[in-house]
Design a protein around this ligand. Sequence first.
Ligand SMILES: [Zn+2]
Ligand SMILES: [Zn+2]
Length: 302
Amino acid sequence: MRLTFLGTGSAWRMPEIGCDCVICGEMRRRGETRSRTSLYLEAGEKILIDCGPDITRQWAANGLTGVDAVLITHEHGDHYLGLDELEALRRSAEPARWHPIPVYATEAAWKTIEQRFAYLLGKTLERRVAQPGKPLGGLKARIVPFKTFHGPVARGAVGYVVTAGKKKLVYTSDLLHVEEGGKLLRQPQVLVIQTNWVNEPQVNRPSHLSLQRALTMIHDWQPQGRVFLVHISDADPVPGDRANVYLKKVPPADPLRDPRTGEPYPIPTCQEEWQELASQVFADRGIEAPVQVAWDGLTVEF
Ligand SMILES: [Zn+2]
Ligand SMILES: [Zn+2]
């Protein structure tokens, strides 16, 4: 199985337009970007997990060669608004050889997606329904959706478990907690998990996972291989930053603390600091699985 992290950022990419916070400033200085979170998976078939508004740029940047199926995790713009871009693939195909690309989403997610993109269905895209707990039909890879809770504005949210041979990948997407899944999620070789914030904010809006909260799931699921962190935002306040008054900067409820000093860990402002923090937090909590903060374009084979 080969994974390419096409994007690793939150809903409005990073750095965000109109934002002069310390995090966005440092990313600009370093030339770092995180586009909307999306994963390209090669496991016999070429599978795209989520298709946000950055897909055309992500496709070109990573030299993608095709897509056999698209899995949508939920009906938020950063996860599906790029579906229209796939029309370009049909335009550059011989009409007699073209088959619409199968797109999987739950019934609840389709309600929203269909309203927006009905004109693509049957022609560019084929509507397929993902049912939590049941393997997706019509694919060679064994892929099972599991139901997640991502708030009342994304009732169709699911994550996906992909199994190829003896290897298991758990992909969570945006969530606050898992509603069903149980054994299916335990001991994956690869876990791709959302960490929208470092610290759990006083008000969790709109139902995302912080690294702090993700630690509980990582503890329960006991990943046997690597853990990748994605969907990273700039919403953690950085002490002393005058941008802390912005709407998105919600203070932590009770921040993660360094056990040696009792002080909160520093908030990372760039890839290097994120990796340092994640490795330290895992080591301090005795989590053996190596953690990798994913970046746009990261490719791994497992
Ligand atoms: Zn999202
Ligand atoms: Zn979302």
